[in-house]
Design a protein around this ligand. Sequence first.
Ligand code: PMP
Length: 394
Amino acid sequence: MFEHLNAQAQDKIMALMVEYREDPRDTKVDLGVGVYKDPTGNTPVMRAVKAAEKQLLEKETTKSYTALGGDPAFVKALSGLVLNGAVEEGRLAAAAQPGGTGAIHQALELVKMANPDATVWVSDPTWPNHLSIIKHLKMKMTPYRYFDNDTRAVDFSGMMADLGNVAAGDVVILHGCCHNPTGANLNMEQWKEVTELLGAKQALPLIDIAYQGFGDGLEADALGVRHITSTLPESLIAASCSKNFGVYRERTGLLMAVSPDDKMKAVTQQNLTHLNRQNFSFPPDHGARVVQMILDDPALRTEWETELEEVRNTMLGLRTQLAEALQARTGSDRFGFLAEHRGMFSRLGATPEQVETMKEKHGIYMVGDSRMNIAGLNKDTVDILADAIVDAGV
Ligand code: PMP
């Protein structure tokens, strides 16, 4: 039987992690895998998460199953964090998922059930897992222009021209904030234009929001998703708590589906629950419960928001420091985009050869498309990276 299996392509980021671990140089810098790291290179358990877990340890009386769609209190708390009332409860169906990845997978399965012919539109570039999930589900896919390699900003006219070709019933994946891998994001005017276009085309947006609070703040990062979901009759939102609560391995996420009215919401909710039952039955609860406790307890919530702001400001500080270090070395502002980008990532715009040179000569590990995890830096390694960028001729 198993002789009929084909080898699967190795995940490039995982391979890079192994290479980094085996590099003996103590000046090496890991800008690869997408987890937040503090200045000492540690991915901490957030203070509010630890405190909530302590409470849970004492108070939890059962590990029996929750609901198929997850604990309703979690669904309410997280949908509140993302949407903040932008969508009436009567239109919002939702089900907890194992991480943002689970939510995206389940969203696309729902689309496939409703419209097997739908084409899924993805930004070029996008998070590679979007592409592999779409392929795994055997759905049609078309990229739309997104990143301008010269300015390292959003190629908005290219994006709008390409999205002009979406058909009714197609799905368009949008990153809610902190675009992965580029770091370049839509402004509010652009969100409005995209919303109008998708409305006119009767296309369905699927908003992947995995970094709320990592860009311009918890509220500002959700303005795009709130605008689009409150304007269009239907939309899907895949939210992840992995980064903003630092609960990566707990697999905590939520799929939300906005319907035009409460009748359609009820059917959509049944379908979300059905999909959970087929794929994994009950979603994981530990991370979800911790997130719900934090969001619903004013003291824990304040502690969490404070730490999240520290994380966000650390990354912003590193961005400014790197842009200034490059300004000082090159005498030009051409790396100013690093301070404009938001979130954990920036696409540097280096060639594969330059990425290889930075790794071989300087021990800088970034993904082959020159995506850098800004949180992999600290104030001492910024200069090592700036030297490497200049030396590689980027
Ligand atoms: N979407 C994007 C764009 C991401 O970068 C990630 C995390 N790498 C996710 C979704 C989901 O992550 P998780 O499944 O760990 O919640």
